[in-house]
Design a binder for this molecule. Structure first.
Ligand SMILES: CSCCC(=O)C(=O)COP(=O)(O)O
Length: 703
């Protein structure tokens, strides 16, 4: 084999071929195997075999064919003739039959193992999956079967469907190939004939077959004219296009991969390894079937890879089938040629036929299944999308409902707060009005002519002008005492205001609590109520800071109460004013009460003195009066005892023994230690003091 012929293209596609028809010697098997093994085996064993089978009809018929025209040939003559023709490599039909009978002895005794090139088994297996593999040889069909059954690569007969020998004619005649075409019932171009002899290739080509010249190791050099043929050095170079793959390659991912295959094929054509008119496409039903059982992406790659690497198909499935290959075995056997395929092959053909009929339906069903699956997936996706949209809508609705609820809650809270405020104010006003009414009632009940007479007495005393000087001095002293008392009254007012303020806060808190219980106020309202409740001690703390004594804090409301009690005993001279103040805010009401109390304090003291005389204390009271008179005479007034910063020491106040405590105690600089209760108590003392003078109930009268 020349180097020129060895440098062949990477692969050759026979896209339309459904049958691979192969020669034996020089194609599947080494020529040397025949020269060195088979033919010597015949020479050596022909005598024994013919002697043993001389009477067999098959032997008699073959012997007759050894020498035309000589019907009576002896055993010895026949043996010598067989040996001579074998050594001359005669293609005598009788000789090929007798050689086959001798080979049989050798294969059955395992004295013979046929040679096949290493690429033959895989190629046979691969081709047999999608098309027929047939043999056309000079050797008898029986010898062909024995050779492929007893090969060094194992039993390859399983891949072979048809055997043709010289019964169909010489291999160098085109008529022989036409007979094979008829027997295979396929179009001539659907058969690719692979041989090592250019004469055989020309005959096959003349019959319309596709051909390929094979340049094997040990073959004679191919002639120059062999360049007109596809020349291969291995069966691996034979590839087949998968028609159904083109359908799959309609998908983009597949097209890209297979484009490489096509470009490779074009390159082969461009270098002239493939000749026009010799290219045949093989329908690759195996790929079609396999591809439909796998995902498209994977199938595409697999299909293309298999096309390019046809040599790797040895391990693939053995269920091959080729359209148009449904020719029955009987049809082949009608010919004189020995085409007996092994039982396994026959069975395979039957199986192949069934598969051939079933495959289109399977493809359609699979495609339909795929379409259904795709539609199902689309339906699922649509359903999921709809569900997502519905969920979004539901969320939106819930969000809006939440907003509405929040707005309603806020409105309700505002309404509750407003109600609480209104109720608080209403209750405050109501209570105050009640207290004022009580005061008015008491005033109206307790108003007596005596009080008025006393005041009238005072007024008359002033108006008469009697004792002017004494009267003046007395008047100044009285004014001072009045001022002091007024200041004490103002202190009472402050204490009362504080007390009332605390009371108001308490009432507000209580109302808030009641409102909480009745109205089921929200947490926010409860918090506000708690805050209001907490404001009370804070308020007390403020009062305490003003009085600078914890004791004062606890006594302040008490003192205020006592002060108020005193006030309630007083006569209200201006009922109109009091009633008028009822409708005013609480603080003003308190002020009005204190004002009224202050203006009437003298009368109150006078009244107390008149109504509650205390003779037992007359002596002590007289002394107190004297001390007071002395103090007044000495100008030892409280005003004079005030320090530069306006404060009056507690010691001085006690030393004086005067009930008139500084009005600004606890309010100037915080150093005053007297309590409001003490002030009130001393006021009471003054009342007692006032009782000593029944005719002149005021302090001025005492003096
Ligand atoms: C296949 S029988 C043994 C080989 C043989 O005898 C022979 O004549 C093969 O010739 P082929 O035409 O197959 O080259």
């Amino acid at each position: 084999m020349s180097a020129e012929n060895k440098s062949l293209g990477p692969s050759t596609a026979f896209e339309k071929c459904s049958v691979v028809l192969v020669d034996v010697l020089g194609t599947t098997t080494s020529i040397n195997f025949a020269k060195e093994t088979l033919f010597p085996y015949v020479v050596k064993n022909v005598e024994e075999v013919l002697t043993a089978k001389w009477d067999d009809e098959a032997v008699k018929s073959a012997v007759k064919q050894l020498k035309e025209g000589d019907d009576d040939i002896s055993l010895e003559a026949a043996v010598k003739l067989v040996k001579d023709l074998t050594e001359s490599n005669s293609e005598n039909v009788g000789l090929k039959t007798i050689q086959g009978i001798v080979y049989e002895k050798g294969y059955e005794s395992d004295d013979l193992k046929s040679h096949v090139f290493s690429d033959v088994p895989a190629s046979f297996e691969s081709w047999a999956k999608s098309r027929k593999v047939a043999v056309y040889s000079t050797g008898s069909v029986e010898s062909q079967k024995q050779l492929f059954t007893k090969s060094i690569e194992g039993d390859l007969s399983q891949y072979i469907s048809n055997y043709f020998d010289l019964s169909v004619g010489p291999k160098s005649e085109s008529e022989s190939y036409k007979k094979i075409v008829e027997k295979l019932a396929v179009k001539p171009e659907e058969i690719v004939f692979i041989t090592d002899l250019i004469e055989e290739a020309k005959a096959a080509k003349s019959a319309g077959l596709s051909t390929a010249l094979v340049d094997r190791e040990g073959n004679p050099k191919l002639p120059e004219e062999s360049k007109e043929f596809t020349v291969i050095s291995s069966f691996k170079e034979i590839t087949f296009e998968n028609p159904s793959k083109r359908k799959i390659t309609d998908e983009p991912a597949v097209t890209e991969v297979c484009a490489n295959v096509k470009s490779s094929r074009k390159r082969i054509r461009s270098v002239g390894f493939v000749h026009e008119g010799e290219k045949l496409l093989f329908p690759n039903l195996r790929y079609a079937s396999d591809n439909l059982q796998e995902p498209p992406s994977k199938l595409a790659k697999t299909a293309c890879e298999k096309d390019v690497k046809s040599e790797d198909k040895h391990e693939e499935s053995k269920t091959a089938a080729v359209p148009g290959e449904l020719e029955s075995k009987d049809t082949v056997e009608d010919e004189a040629m020995e085409v007996d395929a092994p039982k396994t092959v026959v069975n395979k053909e039957v199986t192949v036929e069934s598969q051939e009929q079933a495959k289109p339906e399977t493809n359609e069903k699979t495609e339909a299944t795929l379409e259904k699956t795709e539609s199902s997936v689309e339906d699922i996706v649509m359903a999921e999308s709809e569900n997502i949209i519905k969920l979004d809508e539901t969320k939106t609705e819930k969000t809006e409902e939440k907003k509405d609820l929040s707005a309603k809650i806020e409105e309700n809270e505002k309404k509750k707060d407003d109600k609480l405020e209104i109720k608080s104010d209403t209750k405050d006003n109501t209570e105050k009005a009640k207290s004022e009414l009580e005061v008015l009632k008491k005033n109206s009940e307790e108003t007596e002519p005596e009080t008025l007479s006393r005041e009238e007495t005072i007024v008359k005393s002033d108006d008469t002008g009697e004792n002017d000087e004494a009267g003046k001095s007395e008047t100044s002293d009285v004014d001072k005492v009045k001022e002091s008392k007024d200041e004490v009254k103002e202190s009472k007012v402050e204490v009362t205001e504080k007390h009332q303020s605390n009371e108001e806060l308490k009432s507000v808190t209580e109302k808030a609590d009641e409102s909480d219980k009745n109205v089921n106020v929200t947490d926010k309202t409860e918090v506000e109520t708690e805050k209001k409740s907490e404001e009370i001690p804070e308020k007390k703390e403020v009062d305490a800071s003003e009085t600078k004594s914890a004791e004062h804090v606890t006594e302040a409301p008490k003192a205020a109460k006592e002060s108020k009690d005193v006030t309630s005993d007083c006569v209200k001279t201006n009922e109109t004013e009091t009633v008028k103040e009822v409708v005013e805010p609480p603080n003003k009401i308190a002020e009005a009460e204190i004002e009224a109390t202050s203006s009437e304090s003298i009368s109150c003291e006078s009244k107390s003195a008149i109504e509650e005389p205390s003779p037992a204390k007359s002596e002590e009271e007289k002394e107190n009066q004297k001390d007071l008179a002395n103090k007044l005479e000495n100008g030892d007034s409280l005003e004079a005892k005030k320090t530069s910063n306006g404060e009056v020491s507690q010691e001085e106040a006690k030393t004086n023994g005067d009930s008139q405590q500084p009005i600004d105690q606890g309010t100037t600089n915080g150093k005053t230690e007297s309590t409001v209760s003490e002030v009130v108590e001393e006021i009471k003392v003054k009342k007692v003091e006032g009782s000593t003078s029944s005719d002149t109930p005021t302090v001025s009268v005492e003096v």
